[in-house]
Design a protein around this ligand. Structure first.
Ligand code: TRP
Ligand code: ZN
Length: 488
């Protein structure tokens, strides 16, 4: 599923040596043009690929006991958005051992983070604009840990007792080939085979877990004689690839159901379980509280994955089931669960729109403190206003990729939301606006410009000063009390 804002690069049809264009589709031979190598994201231009739109990923992964080696088969169902002669997938590291498109072997090339597939000429008709085609990539190797522009780590992280895949913003390609840009959301089936004793947790719902001995044709392990377990997870609501995860380790798991019928599946490292479980017991309450303010919880399942504090530098709003290094506080639960609405269901059109995630998730914390603590949101606003770190750049315009997760995106992003609440001057209307926003773009993508247009239409107010001062303005305004609305 593809958002409209990021335009696919449509390459002109080549006229080679004066002979007929390859684009008419008439005649023999390969027709169409190659899909673009990237979607020209303002911060990560090579992420994602042009010419197709993934609808479903089926990932079969087998991981060894150290969780440092992976064997995978990715079956990718996609719809061509142009006549394709070749196309790219994003994949970092790992060895590709074979690929087919529509059941026929495809030629494979690697260049940096790009995997280029050239389908057999015989199936060219199956890659015409509008048609759905299936690609299978077989791969194996030691998946990589990447160091982000900001110095933190993502991709495949080894943990004390296994591994976890964290994909924001560019870690997805370390563990599966795909269209790794937030604008192309898809459904997923993730089946992970691990040595018995380890658990594999992913997004969505657990469909099955099956134990196998050896000699059954199962490729799950190189330890002959060892039994393996295959955990199969299914995500039926669209998901951006940066929100896909798999966590492997020794986990204590628990499943329950909220009053609203949402399945809550938690997986907790036994070493932190005593401390984490009382906190996780609040998840249903927090979800219900957020649903009142942000609209119905968008997914059929929820939960948490809790590893040890040393396993990662940060929490992440992995879809359905956020990831926490160590026991989460109530504030962190509120933040990551708010992302299920802001980020996961309504996903940024590109990485410049990150404040639509972090500003709203931070504002959810302010709202929680206002109602469950003794800090009104206005006080959180004043604290954020006083903090120099929030004024380094406007939230809608991080200067570089290294800064998309800096304080202005979070704190000043939340200040934008608070100013909007003040401008609306009616909490019932303000929360109705938030619910309208999450409804309008549920399971899709949205941009900053769509948000500002939406807010103006929904309120009927001239919010131009609010955007120019708080969202796009350079530096701290002299007077935080000046009204954002024009005098009337
Ligand atoms: N989105 C995460 C959160 O707010 C934080 C985060 C982790 C992040 N890794 C990142 C943000 C990479 C931007 C880029 O909980
Ligand atoms: Zn966040």
């Amino acid at each position: 599923m593809r958002a409209t804002r990021v335009a696919a690069l449509l390459l002109a049809c080549a006229v080679l040596g004066g002979t007929a264009s390859a684009c008419t589709g008439a005649g023999a031979g390969v027709s169409g043009t190659p899909g673009a190598a990237g979607l020209r994201d303002p911060y990560f231009p090579k992420l994602g690929n042009g010419g197709y739109d993934v609808t479903h990923y089926d990932l079969r992964l087998a991981v060894d006991r150290s969780a440092g080696h992976l064997t995978g088969t990715a079956t990718i169902t996609a719809r061509a958005t142009q006549d394709l002669s070749a196309f790219h997938l994003d994949l970092v590291g790992l060895d590709v051992t074979g690929a087919t498109v529509e059941g026929r072997p495809a030629a494979v090339n690697r260049a940096g983070g790009e995997l280029v597939l050239r389908p057999d000429a015989e199936v060219a008709d199956h890659l015409r604009k509008g048609r759905t085609f299936e690609t299978v990539v077989r791969y194996s190797g030691a998946p990589r840990t990447l160091t982000d522009a900001d110095g933190t780590h993502e991709g495949w992280l080894r943990t004390v007792d296994g591994a976890v895949a964290l994909g924001e913003p560019a870690g997805g390609p370390t563990w599966f080939p795909g269209n790794h840009h937030p604008s192309d959301k898809a459904t997923y089936t993730v089946a992970v085979t691990v040595p018995e004793g380890l658990t594999a947790v992913s997004n969505g719902e657990l469909v099955s877990h099956r134990t196998s001995g050896t000699g059954t044709g199962n490729t799950g392990t190189s330890h002959t004689g060892a039994r393996t377990v295959t955990y199969t997870w299914r995500t039926t609501e669209p998901m951006a690839s940066y929100l896909a995860t798999v966590a492997i380790g020794r986990f204590r798991t628990e499943e329950s159901r909220t009053d609203e019928g949402v399945t809550v599946f938690t997986a907790v490292d036994p070493g932190v379980a005593a401390e984490a479980e009382p906190e996780l017991a609040r998840v249903p309450q927090i979800l219900a509280w957020e649903a009142e303010r942000f609209g119905p919880y968008p997914f059929r399942s929820a939960g948490a994955i809790v590893d040890r504090a040393e396993d990662s530098e940060y929490a992440l709003e992995t879809q359905n089931r956020p990831y926490y290094p160590g026991p989460p506080t109530a504030g962190l639960l509120v933040h990551e669960l708010a992302h299920q609405w802001f980020g996961d269901s309504v996903t940024p059109a590109d990485w410049q729109d990150m404040w639509l995630n972090e500003g709203f998730a931070t504002y959810a914390e302010w709202l929680w403190s206002e109602e469950h603590g003794d800090t009104p949101a206005g006080e959180s606003f004043e604290d954020a206003f006083a903090d120099d770190a929030n004024w380094a750049f406007p939230p809608a315009e991080p200067p570089t990729a290294a800064e998309i997760s800096e304080p202005p995106v979070y704190g000043r992003g939340a200040m934008v939301v608070h100013r909007l609440r003040l401008a609306v001057d009616d909490d019932a209307k303000f929360f109705a606006l938030l619910r309208g926003w999450t409804t309008a773009h549920r399971y899709g993508n949205a941009s900053t410009e769509e948000f500002t247009a939406y807010a103006e239409k929904a309120t009927g107010l001239d919010l131009s000063r609010l955007w120019s001062v708080w969202l796009y303005g350079d530096g701290r305004p002299a007077d935080a009390t000046a009204p954002d609305l024009p005098a009337r």
